[in-house]
Design a protein around this ligand. Structure first.
Ligand code: MIC
Ligand code: SF4
Length: 642
């Protein structure tokens, strides 16, 4: 039996476990990336593990999320990351160089290699045939130290692309269609491989838009073959030496197969508040639009930006609509300026932002009360934009630009012939904002600078023999990490300050939660399906840990969040019978006898409510994960092993 693309990469990087679907496997990691909102924690943990120099082929620290700097906090964190990177052998991508995933694709991604990043959209690298996976900062720190990265051996989903995209239909519409078909849980436990004749017609940045938003399917990763389009992209980046051809074997077997007919596809939009709430743009046409934001790691490539510039050229943004544009990288920004497209955007009235995440993570540009915002981004979770009652629609750059001019949602296929953009064969290459680390000899002389914003990381504790506490919060399905630990301009500056962050924990769902958790000394949380979907932020585990949360019971967990809970010693358990969810009420006192023993032995586990109801729980964990929980988290575990 032949191998799929991902199976080939896994086979070449396997350090432990068997390639059997559902089994835990350990992978050698070639490259890592961090961004600043998760990076401080990752490097604090690297230091705590006493790793002097990273052992990967390449590790890069990006500054792209917290660039508003409305106080000293972000600048403190940036300086810490810069100096710690310099000392420990990590390249540093300075603020202004662009969004981690876009820059990594342009300058560092290599087909056939493995990459983990402390950001859930690391699978963007799958656009270049690289196995990119989002991970918690602690897992990235372990990988920087040469340790393996552990995942569950995924199943393989094939998405066959047939035909060719029509005018005004883009890569965003392809992934929105996949989201429509599979839903936000459809990729859990799986990798998505794109195949079929339609692949050829898609450029690497288009492919990267699709693999980027594979994160919204809950997939472990998404990947395209490495072919002529990959070679052309690498050539344009002056990196053809990194090219290898890579595709599945002819007899590769997939667990599930889906088809997307590119020719039949029409512009789509993900409606509030979930990326899989997909409708046709034509059905929404005419809806008043208050704001349009173009950019993010999903749609900020040169081709996307040039298309937008062509649509805007000679026009003016509607008076009732505000348009922001953030190019994805310094390379894109520079090339837009060089060819004059930037002038067309400015002339049309676009508000040009720096090349960073910006509005995507609520760093400015929040919509008005009850406003409608069209965004070329990847997430439209409740309150993520910074305005809790705003409605965010995720659309392609074509829909976004056309709607910004009209002031209402426009189906661009009604506008006649689409503008054609021609990409240069060679891109402008200038890596002057990527700082190389100090040499091994000079590294000991580098002083790591720590500002007052950087507070110690809370420590996990070994589990109690028996657990007696309160069910302190009960939430529903698809709770995102933006619910658990919101981001945005007011909160993001405290990513290195867990005590301060804790004041905002779960406030999207329940504004009294932080106070209640503090007063009661913590407890247990009960969730529905796909608990913890979305970002890789380990703060969604660290902050509950700080508030005394000992365990989370859910119908099912999202992959990265479950790994983060275990890393910090919070025990993730599932309900053996989903209907039991209704039998436990918030505020109820509960007990779990033999809690520690069950973690040790893997035996059965029962929760007893005060009213005497007995509820069966599952702890489906690997031996390694049990040991981590018994040690009170990965830091303690790693120390005990060394
Ligand atoms: C996101 O898009 O939600 C983020 C912000 O990039 C997160 C990381 C973070 O919370 O810092 C992610 O996707 O992992
Ligand atoms: Fe940044 Fe948004 Fe991409 Fe997250 S999804 S990395 S916030 S641009």
């Amino acid at each position: 039996m032949g191998y799929t693309i991902v199976q080939k990469i896994i086979k070449n990087h396997l350090v432990s476990g068997e390639m059997k679907c559902g089994e835990e496997i350990g992978l050698r990691i070639d490259q890592t990336l961090t961004q600043d909102a998760t990076g401080t924690m990752a490097y604090l943990q690297l230091e705590a593990m006493e790793i002097d120099r990273v052992k990967t082929e390449l590790s890069v620290a990006y500054i792209d999320h917290n660039t508003l700097q409305s106080g000293f906090e972000n600048a403190d964190d940036h300086r810490y990351i810069q100096t710690v990177a310099r000392k420990h052998g990590v390249r540093f991508s300075r603020p202004g160089n662009g969004i981690c995933h876009q820059v990594h694709l342009e300058r560092f991604g290599v087909p056939g290699k493995t990459l983990i990043g402390s950001d859930s959209h690391t699978p963007t690298a799958g656009g270049i045939g690289m196995l990119g996976m989002g991970a918690g900062g602690l897992d990235v720190a372990v990988a920087m130290g040469g340790g393996a990265y552990y995942i569950t051996m995924p199943k393989n989903i094939k998405v066959e692309l047939v035909g060719k995209l029509s005018d005004y239909v883009g890569a965003k519409d392809v992934i929105l269609e996949v989201l429509r078909q599979l839903g936000v849980k459809g990729g859990v436990g799986a990798v998505i491989e794109y195949a079929g004749e339609g692949v050829k017609s898609l450029s690497v940045p288009q492919r990267a838009t699709i693999t980027n938003m594979g994160a919204e399917l809950g997939a472990t990763s998404s990947i395209f073959p490495s072919d002529e389009a990959t070679l052309a992209f690498l050539k344009a980046q002056g990196r053809e030496a990194d090219y290898i051809p890579l595709g599945p074997d002819a007899d590769a077997v997939y667990d599930e197969c889906y088809t997307v007919d590119l020719t039949a596809l029409r512009p789509l939009a993900a409606c509030p508040h979930s990326p899989d709430n997909v409708k046709s743009v034509s059905s929404l046409a005419g809806m008043k639009v208050d704001q349009v934001c173009i950019g993010s790691c999903t749609n900020s490539s040169l081709a996307d930006m040039l298309t937008v510039a062509k649509i805007l050229k000679g026009k003016t943004v509607h008076p009732d609509t505000s348009l922001s544009i953030s190019p994805g990288s310094k390379q894109v920004y520079t090339m837009l300026a060089e060819c004059g497209a930037l002038a067309d955007m400015i002339a049309a009235g676009a508000r040009i932002l720096e090349c960073a995440c910006g509005p995507c993570i609520g760093m400015g540009f929040s919509p008005k009360s009850g406003g409608i915002s069209l965004r070329t981004f990847n997430r439209n979770f409740l309150a993520r934009s910074g305005t809790a009652d705003a409605g965010v629609y995720l659309v392609s750059p074509e829909v976004a630009a056309a709607s910004a001019i009209a002031g209402v949602m426009v189906d661009p296929t009604t506008l006649g012939k689409a503008p054609k953009v021609k990409l240069p064969k060679k891109f402008t290459i200038n890596d002057n904002l990527i700082e190389l680390p100090a040499s091994v000899e000079d590294a000991p002389c580098v002083t790591v600078e720590r500002g007052p914003n950087i507070k110690p990381i809370p420590k996990g504790e070994a589990p109690m023999e028996n657990l007696e506490c309160e069910l302190i919060l009960k939430v529903g399905d698809n709770i995102t990490t933006d619910h658990i630990m919101p981001a945005g301009a007011k909160i993001l500056p405290y990513r290195s300050n867990v005590p301060k962050l804790s004041e905002y924990c779960f406030t999207v769902c329940d504004k009294d939660f932080p106070e209640r958790a503090k007063a009661k000394g913590g407890g247990i949380i009960l969730g529905g399906h796909n608990y913890g979907q979305g970002s890789s932020r380990e703060h969604a585990a660290l902050v509950p840990l700080y508030l005394g949360i000992k365990a989370v019971i859910a119908k099912s967990f999202a992959r990265i969040h479950m790994a983060n809970l275990i890393n910090f010693g919070i025990v993730p358990m599932t309900l053996s019978c989903e209907d039991d969810y209704d039998k436990i009420a918030e505020g109820e006192a509960i007990s779990i006898n033999g809690f520690k023993e069950a973690i040790k032995s893997g035996g059965e586990l029962y929760l007893t409510t005060k009213s005497g109801e007995k509820i069966a729980l599952n702890l489906s964990l690997s031996e390694r994960q049990r040991e981590i929980l018994l040690a009170g988290g990965t830091l303690n575990y790693t120390k005990s092993k060394s």
